[in-house]
Design a protein around this ligand. Structure first.
Ligand code: ASP
Length: 323
């Protein structure tokens, strides 16, 4: 039987609903740790509670600690795969960080829940069981970090939370899931595109994320000059364009050697330097802005934080955002 290590970090999957008030919170005892007996016939399970926090409390420092813990477990024990339980709000950021950080061929699968452990229709135990089944699957090797929820398997790079409350919240817009699970089997139906990994030692850079809107001016970017940011990600309009009134302020940030990465606020498609009008992508690229290929704003921010641990030279950073 395969040996799977479960690392709990918190989130709704670890919480209970107070039946009197309807409030959802932790109560000091992780509900899923009592269920290991039920999980025992799928794999040999070892588990630990690394953090017990809602995922809006998760920081890049926690992500690095989690990544190191996974490396320790994979190095020190005969573990075939790792399952991480996590709150769903920031799950995709932790998943993508781990995808960039971890150096392993063994399956690393993340899961969570939209309903707490004692709510009607609670999805946590089912998702955990499914995640363990995927982690035991030979085909899950070499696929980077996977996210398993609601009978679907998603790549860390493409998955995003799309609904505030629906159990089918995790989707991979444009690409779809890489596989599905049924009661009996695990099926992978897509190949993984190229993955990159960065063995960083620390995560210390301050990267801001700003979303563009019609009529935006430079004031937000001017305010950022007064902060200590090391990098900036902008969710631009459409194919990668910005309102013209932002451009001078953005150029001042570039002149301060602050790398700026552009993604689109559209939830599908990639940014390209198509338009040559003022604020258009062509002009932004000429000014020195880096275009990220198909990442969401929060994920481009994680990647820029990781990349800045190696270089802040835009010429070296740009190719890292090509895929
Ligand atoms: N707010 C919760 C969290 O991310 C939501 C969840 O876990 O589903 O911790």
């Amino acid at each position: 039987m395969k040996r799977i290590m479960i690392i709990h970090t918190g989130g709704t999957i670890s919480m209970k609903e107070d039946k009197a008030t309807g409030e959802v919170n932790t109560d000091g005892r992780h509900p899923l740790q009592e269920l290991n007996d039920m999980l025992g016939n799928v794999a040999e399970i070892e588990d630990e509670v690394l953090f017990y926090i809602p995922s809006p409390h998760m920081t890049p420092i926690h992500m690095l600690q989690l990544g190191r813990r996974i490396h320790e477990k994979l190095a020190s024990k005969n573990i075939d795969g790792i399952v991480v339980t996590h709150g769903t709000d920031t799950l995709e950021e932790t998943a993508y960080f781990l995808d960039l950080f971890l150096q392993t061929r063994r399956p690393v699968v993340m899961t969570g829940a939209m309903r707490s452990s004692n709510e009607i229709g609670a999805d946590g135990l089912y998702n955990l069981l499914t995640a363990i089944r995927v982690a035991t699957c030979d085909e899950a090797q070499d696929k980077g970090v996977l996210v398993v929820m609601n009978d679907e398997i998603h790549t860390a790079k493409n998955v995003t939370k799309t609904s505030t409350s629906n159990v089918a919240t995790f989707q991979s817009p444009q690409y779809g899931p890489i596989g599905i699970t049924t009661k009996r089997d695990v099926f992978f139906h897509h190949k993984l595109s190229r993955r990159d990994s960065y063995p960083i030692q620390q995560i210390s850079k301050n990267v801001a994320l700003v979303k563009a809107y019609a009529g935006m001016d430079g004031s937000m970017f001017d305010a950022l000059r007064e902060t200590n940011i090391d990098g900036l990600v902008i969710e631009a309009l459409g194919q990668g364009n910005l309102p013209p009134a932002t451009v001078d302020s953005i150029k001042k940030l570039l002149a301060m050697n602050i790398p700026i990465v552009l993604v689109s606020r559209c939830y599908q498609g990639i940014v390209q330097d198509t338009y040559a009008y003022e604020g258009g992508g062509r002009k932004l690229r000429e000014a020195g802005i880096i275009f990220a290929n198909g990442l969401t704003g929060p994920k481009a921010r994680i990647k820029l934080m990781v990349a800045l641990e190696m270089t802040n030279n835009p010429t070296e950073l740009a190719p890292m955002f090509d895929y």
